[in-house]
Design a protein around this ligand. Structure first.
Ligand code: 1AE
Length: 416
């Protein structure tokens, strides 16, 4: 174990490393040296002095030996390495390649945590709007927000999308997002889609008295993203959806700091399942969908919830929430957690219990599949949120003259 040079700044990476027989202390030293200066012991003293500031440090090695009834493969160590900031430029690709480039392919090893140095973090603006900014745009400060997702979008024309948008908006949702699989296409190109959907938003707004953000899906080749985003914003888009992992964190970082892209950016987790679920490989959800998303500037971050159709363990959800909300990452603004996938009104009590009020309740099928239609689906969710905030049991609240919520509970059940 080495003490870190107190004059230098370091980013800290923590790995969980499984091996039945390895000397984990030796392995840790191999990582610290191998991913920084390459070799150490063979260097002459003068060269060692020059290279000192580039040398990675082993901060901790905590070995877990399997107990009697555990399989040998249960032997692991949590290894923390400090990487000197001086070794990499102030961008996420450089950091990730340093700490988990070749190493990610070297045996059973998972990146389970990552702490940025103040110097590294200071190169990022983080979310432009954050939770407070999104709430200010909507004028809603006293309750969790509600988002609905377009469903069945491919092959539909502008008239059909406008109607689908209007039905969702009429139910009183705060945000509507495109489906992430709706790409640039001749039938519903982004600028036309935005125009008709914003018309529908204005129509619904007159009836509900609510403001609404529409996150249009920003797609296409990487080098055209900024022009594409400007096209959407010029047409009236007041938010953007972005498939961050398909493009890379640096693309999000460039978009979020661009002076002309002055709307909230919503990060979709598409591809995340290729990174976080294995205990042995990949990048933990709190790093992937929490710390890195916030650093790169996502105002809202979607991820699978513990309750719906695509599930993530609850403790991983709570770790993402902590990463998006913690004051420890200040001055970066906080990003909205958006637990998603298979959400229906009967799950709202669990969501609010776990996430509190700084959360976006988000549903596609749970809105569109409502037995009384999509507008009723939105209303059922709003009633579920209001019911939870009132402190009444949701079953009682539904029975008490909230027929849309009652129909949703009858269709999908209730978990309190
Ligand atoms: C985790 C992403 C959720 C998502 O994008 C999506 O489309 C969910 O749809 P539903 O609510 O499961 O129908």
């Amino acid at each position: 174990m080495q003490s870190a040079n107190t004059h230098a700044a370091y980013c800290l990476a923590t790995y969980r490393c499984y091996d039945e027989k390895a000397d984990f202390h030796k392995k840790a030293l191999g990582i610290a040296v191998g991913l920084t200066v390459g070799s150490w012991t063979d260097l002459p003293d003068a060269r060692k002095a020059e290279m000192e500031k580039h040398l990675g440090r082993v901060v901790q090695v905590n070995v877990h030996e399997p107990v009697a009834d555990e399989p040998a493969s249960g032997r692991y160590a949590d290894i923390q390495i400090a990487y000197p900031d001086v070794n990499f430029s102030r961008d996420i690709p450089a950091l990730l390649v340093t700490i988990f480039g070749k190493l990610s392919m070297d045996g059973r090893i998972k990146l389970i945590d990552l702490d940025f140095s103040d110097g590294f973090r200071s190169a990022f603006a983080g979310p432009r709007f954050g939770i407070q900014g999104v709430r200010d745009l909507l004028g809603v400060h006293d309750r969790p927000l509600l988002m609905s997702i377009f469903k069945s979008v491919i092959g539909h024309d502008l008239t059909a999308l406008r109607e689908q948008f209007y039905q969702q908006a009429a139910g009183g949702v705060d945000l509507i997002k495109d489906d992430e699989i709706l790409f640039e296409n001749p039938q519903t190109p982004i600028e036309r889609r935005v125009e008709v959907c914003m018309e529908a938003a204005a129509q619904a707004s007159k009836e509900t008295g609510q403001k609404l953000l529409y996150a249009a899906n920003l797609t296409g080749p990487t080098f055209g993203l900024i022009e594409q985003a400007k096209k959407a914003i010029n047409a009236g888009a007041n938010a953007l959806l972005f498939n961050v992992l398909a493009y890379g964190f640096d693309a999000l970082s460039e978009l979020s700091r661009h002076p002309d892209i002055s709307v909230p950016i919503m990060a979709h987790p598409a591809l995340a399942g290729a990174y976080y679920p294995s205990p042995y490989h990949g990048i933990a959800a709190n790093v992937l969908l929490g710390k890195l998303m916030r650093l790169a500037g996502a105002d809202l971050v979607l991820f699978p919830s513990p309750y719906g159709s695509v599930v993530m363990p609850r403790e991983e959800n709570m770790a993402i929430k902590e990463a998006l909300l913690t004051d420890a990452a200040a001055p970066l603004k906080r990003s909205f957690p958006v637990p998603s996938a298979g959400i229906h009104p009967g799950l709202v009590p669990l969501i609010l219990k776990d996430f509190g009020s700084e959360v976006v309740v988000n549903a596609g099928g749970g809105v569109h599949g409502h037995p009384m239609g999509a507008a009723a689906g939105g209303r059922a969710f709003r009633q579920a949120i209001d019911g939870c905030l009132s402190g009444t049991s949701l079953r009682q609240y539904a029975a008490d003259r909230h027929p849309e919520l009652q129909a949703a509970i009858d269709a999908w059940g209730l978990k309190e």
